[in-house]
Design a protein around this ligand. Structure first.
Ligand code: PEP
Ligand code: MN
Length: 467
């Protein structure tokens, strides 16, 4: 994962564990980042427990290698030039209970199927980034939650507290950060094993189209495409083109860099270059609620060498966008910075052009990715937080329209999805109605596209890429 297995795989460089360099870096980072206001952090009740958990994390080996992050940065540089397209997806919030073979395999299948559809249409490489193996911390619009007249602290993700609605469960527990590390490690290990062990082999295109998806309209459309791919592979073999390199893929891990105690503890010095990398994931992003220019999160992101994203919502001004780029990518290094727009279907066509124009006029090299989820959330009559599939599609269409009109590159999509047959988003080809949301509503945070809806979205994006 991250780097293709085999001959040309980059040699991993292991950072020293608690080396003098790491110690110096940790001290420098905690001072610089700790001096600034940080939104969305838990109020840990016991400082000694935080100290203990952080000490444990700091002794853990990296989850990813700096060299892999560098390869991803090169891939994203191609995205910024319009020579590749990003597919990023996974749960809004991963859970400890969700660390199972089935769960990880199904999400992987979804991403692989979507990637095939997109690659076929785009005729450029699809950079596959899983929102996986670290997506455990959630920002909340309210710090408390009230149910039936009872008010408790909000759920902030499994890395902080428990989803169960009891006073004890909602107390922030810093040792959950250590559990999140191990959960990420197990997830990443399995993912690397699946990818390296043949599960992602393009010769397996049919094997990903299983169970409920196969019989859906999107699944049938996929089956036709898979048959065409089979033909193409047979043809390649007949003319003795080596198809062996299609036996694995590059897949990267990503999450929101929200919980600073965790991210700082996992930021290490790369022994090759001496540069700091957040080794909790290949790519991290800063969320809409924590991207204040003088805040701790941007300071942290500015100081690590990973490729990074920043969410930009509909209130972002062109000057703010430039200031974000100045802070996060002062060298204007291709592949370093991605703007992840999350405007809402009704706003993207008005809000995005001024930002894209300003970025182009200023010579920014950032990539643009569309998150068509977070601007389209509403509460259904049943009380479920949901999104309309049609709004998701419309926002992606608006994103492409704006970029096509301005001659810039629509660089990819960032979606919340699952590999299961859940009922969390309304609509789709096998439509889910508002009053059906309750039948399999399993998310602990935002509503995700199910596997059929995800595949359908991939076909729609494929059409946009072809047009
Ligand atoms: C998210 O990606 O789950 C999220 C909270 O997004 P945003 O920061 O854009 O609201
Ligand atoms: Mn979300």
């Amino acid at each position: 994962m991250g780097v293709r297995g085999g001959r040309d795989a980059a040699r991993p460089t292991l950072s020293g564990v608690n080396s003098p360099e790491d110690l110096a870096l940790y001290t420098e980072l905690t001072e610089a980042v700790g001096a600034l206001p940080a939104g969305q952090q838990p109020e840990w009740p016991d400082p000694a427990a935080v100290h203990d958990a952080v000490a444990q994390l700091r002794a853990m080996p990296p989850l990813v290698f700096a060299g892999e992050c560098d390869v991803l940065r090169e891939r994203l540089a191609a995205v910024s030039r319009g020579e590749a397209f990003v597919l990023q997806g996974g749960d809004c919030a991963e859970t400890f209970a969700g660390v199972s073979a089935d769960n990880v395999r199904n999400k992987l299948k979804t991403l692989l199927q979507m990637a095939v559809v997109l690659t076929y249409a785009a005729s450029v490489p699809v950079v596959k980034i899983a929102r996986l193996a670290g997506q455990y911390a959630k920002p909340r619009s309210k710090s408390t939650e009230t149910r039936d007249g009872v008010t408790l602290p909000a759920f902030r993700g499994d890395i902080v507290n428990d989803f169960e609605f009891t006073p004890g469960a909602r107390v922030p527990d810093p040792h959950r950060m250590v559990r999140a590390y191990h959960a990420s490690s197990a997830t990443l290990n399995l993912t690397r094993a699946f990818v390296g062990g043949g599960f992602a082999d393009l010769h397996q295109v049919h094997a990903w189209n299983t169970d409920f998806v196969r019989t859906s309209p999107a699944g049938q459309r996929y089956e036709r495409l898979a048959r065409r791919l089979d033909q193409a592979l047979k043809f390649m073999r007949a003319i003795e083109i080596d198809t062996d390199q299609l036996r694995t893929v590059e897949l990267y891990s990503s999450h929101e860099a929200l919980l600073l105690d965790y991210e700082l503890a996992l930021t290490r010095v790369d022994s090759r270059t001496g540069a700091p990398y957040d080794v909790s994931g290949h790519y991290v992003w800063i969320g809409e609620r924590t991207r204040q220019l003088d805040g701790a999160h941007l300071e942290f992101a500015a100081r690590i060498r990973n490729p990074i994203g920043v969410k930009v919502g509909p209130t972002t001004t062109p000057d703010q966008l430039l200031a974000l780029a100045e802070k996060l990518d002062p060298q204007r290094e291709p592949g370093r910075l991605t703007f992840v727009t999350r405007m809402g279907a009704g706003k993207i066509r008005e809000a995005l052009p001024a930002l894209v124009q300003k970025a182009a006029a200023d010579g920014l090299v950032a990539s643009w990715i569309c998150d068509p989820m977070h601007g389209n959330t509403y509460e259904a009559a049943s009380g479920h937080k949901t999104r309309r599939f049609d709004d998701v599609v419309d926002e992606v269409r608006g994103f492409f329209e704006v970029h096509r009109a301005l001659g810039t590159h629509p660089g990819g999509i960032h979606v919340e999805l699952t590999g299961d047959d859940v009922t969390e988003c309304v609509g789709g080809g096998d439509p889910i109605a508002e009053d059906g949301l309750g039948s399999r509503y399993e998310t602990v945070c935002d509503p995700r596209l199910n596997r059929t809806q995800s595949l359908e979205l991939a076909f729609l994006v494929a059409e946009l890429l072809e047009s």
